[in-house]
Design a protein around this ligand. Structure first.
Ligand code: SF4
Length: 478
């Protein structure tokens, strides 16, 4: 996959989007990094809700503060320790006012640093790795008795067997589009990536469990499901009869759930783009014609050094097969520039690849070494100035492609999932099949509907259009 790089968001205070003022204990979850962490943060909020915690957008009000950390960015650990310094001051202020605060560090930095976190910041009550969130109630009890608990084991049992479903009200507050984790971990060991070390080996949830989660989401109004995993297209979960099922089958099952209007999946590795998954883009009408398929580099030598296990030719063949299956499919990718030893000519090959494919959107980063990964030990690290210059060139080229793709939308009619009301009276905001934000005018009761929208103009960050029709919403079970 996954270069989880594709999905980096600014830190997100989940509580802000789902604040429900209530008396009693409050939880504040700050989520860093990828969609997997956003999903995990929500599931931790759901676990805490079962313990009587309601979300707050104000960290000062929180009796329980969870920092759900990400290890992808450079100096991730140092940033978390600086964040923890501020959280310790908060804990001291609240203690002076007679209020307890429990501080939890979760996510990939928790997994990577373990007991080092409580050693360097004793105000932390609990360090919990991504595979152990279902144990939070127990761990919190232990941490209250003996602060400084560290749980970063990879348990035999899956956390998904034990995590509670979200309350319908919490799901509704999160909107009409939802992530569902179907796969975790990675066996690929790309030489720049920490995921195989922090998230462990590949694991796939059984189909029945995923379908049950989707049913609870649609019952609360969700209309679009994005199946997520660090290497989602390696999915190989068990079907109801004990048979192994691939992602194409899971997408069929997800699309067949009453209430589901659109399905997506992210993030994928090129070597796991199986013929059945490519065919799903032709045969599954609910599957959005948009795929995030990271290539990382346009040089075969660099791809080999990255241990990507595919060539540029393999990637181009997959793109051609996808376009044959679904001619209107659009692609996005991740790129890393300045991988150790990358020559100017190899960088030029990356630029050439972007011109060959034509990406609708992309994420690109300077290589930065992650301790413990093979890339960090490689000689010929590229200097910062060269990396910055190459990144600027690449991002310029990718931005031109993004704008060209957006301009080409004018005059087309897209099915747009209406997600929320906009900032201006009568304005609605939705999302196109290609993840573009679309502004239109309409009634708030259209939220959750898949509207046919003719695109009239393009702004820097969104499209504008008018509703020309609406698909009926499938019946939802209650
Ligand atoms: S090691 Fe796995 S998660 Fe990391 S970039 Fe490679 S495929 Fe993606």
């Amino acid at each position: 996959m996954a270069a989880l790089f594709d999905t980096l968001d600014p830190p997100l205070a989940l509580a802000a989007e789902e604040s429900r003022p209530q008396d009693g204990k409050k939880i504040f979850v700050k989520s860093f990094g990828c969609q997997m962490n956003v999903y995990d943060s929500r599931r931790m909020s759901d676990v805490a809700a079962g313990q009587g915690y309601s979300p707050t957008a104000e960290i000062e009000e929180a009796d329980l503060v969870i920092l759900n950390t990400c290890h992808i960015r450079e100096k991730a650990s140092e940033k978390i320790f600086s964040e923890l310094g501020k959280t310790r001051e908060l804990k001291e202020r609240r203690a002076a006012a007679g209020r307890d605060t429990t501080i939890v560090v979760a996510g990939c930095v928790a997994q990577a640093e373990g007991g080092e976190i409580t050693r360097r910041q004793p105000a932390v009550d609990l360090v919990v790795g991504p595979q152990n969130y279902h144990r939070l109630p127990d761990l919190l009890r232990q941490a209250r008795a003996t602060p400084g608990i560290v749980d970063t084991d990879f348990p035999i049992q899956s956390k998904f067997d034990h995590l509670p479903a979200a309350e319908p009200a919490a799901t509704r507050a999160r909107g009409v589009s939802a992530f569902v984790t179907v796969q975790e971990g990675c066996d690929k060991f790309c030489s720049f990536c920490v995921v195989p070390y922090t998230r462990g080996a590949e694991f796939s949830r059984p189909i029945a469990q995923v379908v049950a989660e989707i049913a609870s989401l649609t019952a609360a109004g969700v209309r679009e499901i994005t199946l997520i995993g660090q290497n989602v297209n390696a999915y190989h979960g068990l079907g109801e009869g004990g048979e192994a099922c691939d992602l194409a089958e899971l997408l069929d099952r997800a699309a067949a759930c009453p209430g589901v209007e659109r399905v997506r999946y992210t993030t994928s590795h090129p070597t796991d783009m199986s013929p059945s998954l490519i065919a799903a883009h032709r045969d599954n009408p609910a599957l959005a014609p948009f795929l995030h398929l990271p290539v990382q580099s346009g040089s075969n030598r660099v791809l080999e050094a990255m241990n990507r296990k595919h060539t540029v030719g393999d990637y181009l063949d997959i793109v051609a097969a996808l376009r044959a299956a679904r001619p209107d499919i659009a692609l996005s990718s991740d790129f890393i520039v300045g991988f150790p030893g990358e020559s100017e000519a190899e960088f030029e090959e990356t630029l050439a690849l972007t011109r060959k494919v034509g990406f609708a959107s992309s994420f690109s980063f300077k290589y930065s070494p992650r301790p413990g990964t093979p890339g960090a030990e490689m000689k010929e690290q590229i200097d910062e100035e060269t990396k910055a210059r190459r990144l600027a060139l690449l991002q310029g080229a990718l931005e031109e492609q993004r704008q060209a793709f957006n301009r080409a939308a004018v005059g087309r009619v897209f099915p747009v999932l209406i997600e929320k009301i906009g900032r201006h009276p009568g304005q609605l905001i939705g999302r196109s099949p290609y993840m573009q934000s679309v502004l239109t005018e309409g009634e708030p009761d259209m939220i959750g509907a898949l509207a046919e929208i003719e695109i009239l103009s393009v702004g820097p960050h969104s499209l504008r259009g008018r509703i020309v029709g609406a698909k009926g919403v499938k019946e939802t079970p209650h």
